[in-house]
Design a protein around this ligand. Structure first.
Ligand code: ADP
Length: 464
């Protein structure tokens, strides 16, 4: 049967305390009782010895007389305490005998002691034992005394009361500790179980799709705080992924629908005979299909980069040379738009994947060409820092709204400026650039130039 944490803790604590208190009580009881018995036994022996000594003092050698008044008072006092005295002189004649003096009281005292001990301390198995003392005064014998008392020891009412009080104290301490333990166990368990239950609730909500909730453990415990942080991070990551997935689906649908709708409306008009299938119209359909293919191939590339744990085949690559190669591949586009593209800097060798580095420069230059107005300049610059190489691609084009500088690296993100221009991009090129740069251990950022156009700065570690 599954039990609540608070029950388990309370029961566990209670059991521990119960066992501890029981052990302490037993041990205390055992040792205190033993010590007390020993103490009482010694006390009784000492008292009996004291009695004998006091008796011997009551003999007056000058007139060969015993102080009977004193002995009587003394004997009765001792009798009430459980000591039965019989005093003899040197001639063995009885001087004073408690039994003779008050037989009834003697038996009453003896019976009370025997009964009390047999009922309350039967394990002692004692009996009245007579201890014989030779009495002397200044070294000369004056008589002898028989002192009987319950041996090895006996407890009077006060002694029993003391033992009872002791047991009661131990019992009260035990009970209080037990209650304390149950409360402590309960409180502690609640402190732990509350955040755990909350985590269960939250993870249930998260699995139901609510990623905005955040968890605060408030327990002040390191492990629970770490749990809270992990749950929050999980919710945040899942939320981001969910948003990305939603946006991806919407954007993808949008990106694919527009060119398809164009092609289909053109073809429909041609089939229905509304339009002549002129080479221009067919070309326009062909262009749309090419754009679609390009988007799909970009998506393919991105999937590869992001999903397949991109493996780089590293080799020494001269970035300057590579930039020149990319520039050459854009010769036709540059000419068509009358753009001047300058590759500046010096040879700079870094360790990287040549094909992927080519792709980075290619995508950046492709954008620079796309978003430049006719007849402008484009600068590709390679600068060397002690541990890294910096590649800058600058254009005099349409620029990027400052608030969107971060966003353009997200997949399918296109600024309104670029959408309005119908430049035919898909919004994936920069996402590919960012993934490839990160795979090389570098960073990429975009900024607007002071005058006009934008600047993309890629920093790549030389030994990345
Ligand atoms: P696209 O295929 O749309 O160019 P990218 O991921 O390469 O996709 O770029 C994302 C968006 O960033 C572009 O649509 C455009 O709005 C903006 N952008 C990228 N490069 C430039 C640039 N050189 N000048 C102005 N805007 C740019």
């Amino acid at each position: 049967m599954k039990q609540k944490l608070s029950t388990q803790f309370s029961v566990g604590f209670a059991l521990i305390v119960l066992v501890t208190v029981a052990l302490i009580s037993l041990a205390a009881n055992f040792f205190i009782s033993r010590q007390f018995q020993k103490y009482v036994e010694e006390q009784q022996k000492a008292f009996s010895d004291g009695l004998a000594e006091a008796l011997s003092d009551q003999y007056d050698a000058s007139n060969d007389q015993w102080n009977l008044d004193y002995i009587h008072g003394f004997g009765m006092y001792a009798l009430n305490d459980g000591y039965i005295i019989k005093l003899y002189d040197n001639e063995h004649s009885v001087v004073w005998d408690a039994e003779n003096h008050d037989m009834t009281l003697c038996h009453q005292v003896m019976n009370t002691i025997i009964q009390r001990m047999e009922t309350q301390k039967p394990e002692v198995k004692g009996t009245f034992v007579t201890h014989c003392y030779d009495l002397s005064q200044n070294g000369s014998p004056v008589g002898h005394a028989d002192i009987s008392y319950y041996s090895p020891y006996y407890f009077n009412e006060n002694d029993f009361r003391f033992i009872d009080a002791l047991n009661r104290i131990l019992l009260v301490i035990g009970l209080l500790s037990l209650i304390g333990a149950v409360i402590a166990g309960f409180v502690l368990a609640r402190r732990i179980s509350r955040p755990i239950s909350r985590v269960t609730e939250l993870t249930r909500e998260i699995s139901g799709g609510n990623y905005d909730i955040r968890f605060e453990s408030g327990a002040g415990t390191k492990e629970l705080e770490a749990l809270a942080a992990a749950v929050n991070q999980m919710a945040e990551t899942l939320g981001k992924q969910e948003n990305l997935r939603k946006r991806l689906t919407t954007d993808m649908a949008h990106e694919l629908r527009t060119p398809l709708a164009n092609v289909s409306s053109h073809l429909e008009a041609i089939i229905e005979g509304v339009w002549e299938p002129t080479p221009e119209r067919l070309q326009s359909c062909y262009d749309e299909i090419t754009r679609l293919s390009a988007t799909i191939s970009d998506l393919e590339k991105l999937r590869q980069i992001e999903n397949e744990n991109l493996k780089l085949t590293k080799e020494p690559v001269d970035l300057f040379e590579l930039a020149q190669d990319v520039r050459t591949s854009f010769e036709k586009e540059l000419q068509m738009k009358h753009l001047n593209c300058f590759v500046e800097g010096d040879s700079c060798i870094i360790s990287g994947d040549k094909r992927r580095l080519y792709q980075i420069i290619f995508n950046l230059l492709s954008n620079a060409v796309k978003y430049s107005c006719d007849g402008r300049d484009i600068h590709i610059r390679i600068t060397e820092a002690p541990k890294s190489a910096i590649l800058t691609v600058e254009d005099d084009g349409i620029g990027i709204p400052p608030e969107e500088l971060q966003l353009i690296f997200e997949r399918f993100y296109r600024t309104d400026r670029s959408r309005n221009r119908k430049t035919g991009g898909s919004g994936i090129g920069l996402t590919i650039v960012k993934s490839l740069v990160q795979a090389h251990g570098g960073t990429v950022r975009a900024e607007n130039k002071e005058t006009r156009g934008s600047r993309f700065i890629v920093t790549l570690p030389k030994n990345g």
